[in-house]
Design a protein around this ligand. Structure first.
Ligand SMILES: NC(=O)c1ccc[n+]([C@@H]2O[C@H](COP(=O)([O-])OP(=O)(O)OC[C@H]3O[C@@H](n4cnc5c(N)ncnc54)[C@H](OP(=O)(O)O)[C@@H]3O)[C@@H](O)[C@H]2O)c1
Length: 346
């Protein structure tokens, strides 16, 4: 196999992100494998293609894995996952343990020293889970702001290519990270290796806590959070508590491209941030896309409450940081999640 056909990445979970990443990589002529649940694997193989709409317009063929470069290789069998690649888990947070266990039983095979894993789920918990399952040395830190949604027809709309960050958990990059970044960039996916991936992970966790917490409770699209003083104050409270937990673990948050300036929001006086909100002329803007956790609530799907809020509250308790806003949101969202489940169970 030549360098150009040797796969750099494979993905677990053929949902919004899994289909988007795999299809974009295949479109660029690279080999890629996508591990799906049996039902979704059958559906995609019968459809014979993945279509992405939105900010991209892409249709790529799919074929049973291992597929030729240019097609997405689909499988529901972890033993067919390729050796020597970075395996990026793109299940929901609450599906990660099950997916990891299934993959770990068959992959990586003995002697595959180059294989590594990453997860792009929201929250901090996923890297600890991956380290427990695969060993800390195999875990690369990862976060993405690529936005994608699966429609009721199964089609995926990419709302933003955002930015994808990968880096070694001990800081800096490495040849394996560089190879993955090159594969993503070749696919047209903005990707970079920051000096400190843990700072990116905690900064993204701050934003996720703020956006999800406020949007789910207010049923408001993200676009309204940053222009309404009340919602912004609530967002800042969640961001600041999360940043305080990160600081207690030795991580400083930063300002990164494609998501709000978290370092500024964590450190600038609240009055100055609120004063910078432009005065509203006319009624509040309507429309705008809902954050994924709000979409999950409205669609009656489980929310990633434990993975995002429960984990932060538990981490805060371990280092003695008071997080009353995060705790309040965790408790209300756990209740909402339970009510949704009970309503569906009849
Ligand atoms: N979507 C975004 O814009 C975005 C952006 C940043 C971060 N994230 C985070 O990324 C994660 C994935 O998000 P998503 O929107 O792509 O979720 P999603 O559309 O629900 O996709 C999850 C996929 O994982 C599959 N899956 C579950 N268990 C599996 C297993 N054991 N083996 C193989 N596949 C399995 C699901 O199977 P089925 O096909 O059977 O349902 C589904 O296809 C979430 O944690 C989310 O918070 C998402």
């Amino acid at each position: 196999m030549t360098e150009t056909t040797s796969p750099a990445l494979a993905f677990v979970g053929a949902g919004s992100l899994g289909q988007a990443f795999a299809a974009l990589i295949a479109r660029s002529g690279q080999a890629v494998t996508l591990l799906a649940t049996p039902g979704t694997a059958t559906h995609l193989l019968e459809a014979r293609e993945i279509r992405l709409r939105g900010v991209v317009d892409v249709t790529v063929p799919v074929a049973p894995a291992p597929a030729a470069p240019g097609s997405v290789g689909i499988t529901a069998t972890p033993a067919l996952l390729p050796a020597g690649v970075g395996m990026i888990f793109l299940t929901k947070g609450h599906q990660l343990a099950g997916a990891m266990g299934m993959v770990r039983a068959a992959w990586p095979v003995a002697g595959d020293a180059a294989a590594w894993v990453a997860g792009l789920q929201n929250g901090i918990a996923k890297d600890d889970l991956l380290a427990d399952a695969f060993g800390a040395g195999r875990v690369v830190g990862g976060a993405t702001i690529l936005g994608a949604e699966r429609g009721t027809d199964g089609g995926v709309t990419v709302t933003s290519l955002g930015a994808t960050y990968l880096g070694e958990m001990v800081g800096g990059g490495s040849p394996r990270v560089d190879r993955a970044i090159a594969a993503l960039q070749r696919a047209g996916i903005p990707a970079e290796s920051p000096a400190d991936i843990r700072s990116v992970l905690w900064s993204k966790a701050c934003n996720a806590a703020g956006v999800f917490g406020v949007s789910v409770l207010a049923r408001a699209p993200a676009s309204q959070l940053f222009v309404d003083p009340g919602l912004m104050r609530a967002y800042l409270a969640l961001v600041r508590e999360t940043a305080a937990v990160g600081a207690a673990y030795g991580v400083e948050v930063g300002n990164y491209a494609n998501f709000p300036p978290i370092r500024t929001y964590a450190t600038q006086p609240e009055a100055e941030i609120l004063a910078a909100i432009p005065p509203r002329i006319g009624p509040a803007p309507r429309g705008g896309s809902m954050p994924s956790m709000t979409q999950d609530l409205l669609a009656g799907r489980p929310m990633e409450v434990d993975q995002v809020f429960g984990d932060l509250v538990a981490r805060a308790a371990r280092v003695g940081v008071a997080v009353p806003h995060l705790t309040f949101v965790r408790d209300v969202l756990l209740g909402l999640d339970r009510i949704t489940r009970e309503t569906q169970d009849g």
